[in-house]
Design a binder for this molecule. Structure first.
Ligand code: FE
Length: 198
């Protein structure tokens, strides 16, 4: 994924640092506010909710149907109030890929921080213009007969992929499935980890 770090990142980072230090200097922002928010997204949210929803969907067909048709209801069963998510299911016929072509809209409460490459102009453009080639470069070869559907996120609606269950996990509990479900598999740039590899 290293190839998707645009120069603009450096600019954004220094701008944010400058802004943060002004806010701190003037006492507008409590000293630990930024750290606390970062911490919250890194450890309290992260991709946990997304992964948990997928693990539950893989083991519970009724929950899966709810997740795909009414994600707000399904997520609230997991203790998360969030009404801006559409969940799209990968099948043998369709592979789904999530992008925000305009900027970097992303379902933070479900997936945590977006990876840097998600915000890069290269990813945002190529996810639409040549998704198959892009995915191949990222290490995911989608069979040629499988359609790739690209979902363009917006400030109103965000997307998450329900990946296909890996082989050999029948009878696995949600807890055993969880570590197989990576953030990247929920964006659609990877498949979940194989059962033996986690
Ligand atoms: Fe956006």
């Amino acid at each position: 994924m290293g190839k998707f770090h645009p120069n603009v990142d450096k600019y954004v980072v220094s701008r944010v640092r400058a802004l943060e230090s002004i806010l701190l200097d003037r006492g507008i922002l409590p000293a630990d506010a930024v750290d606390r928010i970062v911490q919250m997204y890194e450890s309290d949210t992260g991709p946990q909710y997304g992964a948990r929803a997928v693990a539950k969907a893989w083991t519970n067909p009724t929950f899966k149907r709810r997740l795909l048709t009414n994600s707000t209801a399904a997520l609230s069963e997991l203790g998360l109030e969030y009404d801006q998510l559409i969940v799209v299911e990968n099948t043998d016929a369709v592979h789904n890929l999530v992008v925000c072509t305009l900027c970097s809209c992303y379902p933070w409460p479900v997936l945590g921080f977006p990876p840097n490459w998600y915000k890069s102009p290269a990813y945002r453009a190529r996810a639409v213009s040549e998704p198959r080639a892009l995915l191949k470069e990222l290490g995911l070869e989608v069979p040629s007969e499988r359609e790739i559907r690209v979902w363009d996120s917006s400030s109103e609606m965000r997307y998450m992929v329900l990946p296909q269950k890996p082989d050999g996990v029948d009878g696995f509990t949600e807890e055993r499935l969880l570590p197989l479900i990576t953030r990247d598999s929920l964006i659609g740039v990877a498949t979940p980890l194989p059962a033996g590899g986690a």
